[in-house]
Ligand binder design. Sequence first.
Ligand code: PLP
Length: 369
Amino acid sequence: MTDLTPSSWVVSAGRSRRPGEPLNVAPVLASNFYLPSDRIYTRGEGTTTSEAFEEVVGGLEGGRALAFSSGMAAVAAVLHRLPVGAVLAVPEDPYHGVAGLCEEGEAQGRWTVLRLDLADTAAWIEAATTADLLWLESPANPLITVADLPAICGAPRKPGTIVAVDSTFATPLVQRPLDFGADVVMHSATKFLGGHSDLLGGLLVTRDIELHEELDHRRKLTGAIIGAMEAFLATRGVRTLALRMDRAQHNAMILAERLEGHPEISRVRYPGLPSHDTHEVARSFMTGYGAMMSFETAGTGERAGKVCEVAELINHATSLGGIESTMERRAVIPGQETIPPTLIRFSVGCEDVEDLWADLDRALRVTRG
Ligand SMILES: Cc1ncc(COP(=O)(O)O)c(C=O)c1O
């Protein structure tokens, strides 16, 4: 089934197809297995449930996947393989968990951290010749900046330098960083891949067998493998990824255009809008613009917070990538004070776009000063 389109692959991959076995991948609630066997203990070898989820996402990304207990567990596996004295390049404003790990490593004297503007492609290309790890996040939290992945991942590097891409906001249906030369793709499966805000999970996808084995070993040592129920839910959730992404991206484009013309909005950031700082870069290689945007309301930060509170259909919640829309004012998150005070990050879901628009418009009208 290697030549299937991604939307058929997500529906069909990872199934056993053996007569008498269930169509759906069942949750294998087991830590221990009868010996002799290649599968000894779940922390090391996983189960058929985690393997099914890995098969689906690995195939989508064009590599081999390892499923973790959360996105941050997956991030930590990549960062903590760096030796003492390593240099790592990260975006100026990465996901705050990643920022926290970098700060900790820096404070302990473990690493030197270069913080680069994601949109400054030349700076990343330069860093590839000196740093040991380039950690990219694209599109990025929360300004939805798109990095020029083909240029950066394909740039000449110092021998041994690893390029990793947090592709959580994009999903493999919108970009495949390994095709551009990245070594590792990371996902918080908690978001679009799981798609239902009911699990925590993470993934690392690689093509290089040695790197895969090293990360697998690290996962085993740290006990960071995904749980059986999470792998089951994630596999069930990912089956509808293509449907959800089609609908959510369609909604996002319409809402971004309408918000841009709304008198109560001062700025909209969505890579699909020609006004977005990195629209041209996004257009050059992404096959969609994703379902994440942020917008700034007129008035104060307090007013922006009220917009989130009074919306009835759009859920006031921090996480993203679910079938349901969510929004949150990001400047309230500790460590995110540099973010514009009225910026609301909006994860567009699969509700009817007219209902979403009516909800937003009402929330903006009733909070008008
Ligand atoms: C872009 C991005 N990367 C990584 C993470 C961390 O993932 P998790 O919450 O699954 O640990 C998140 C979570 O919000 C995220 O948005």
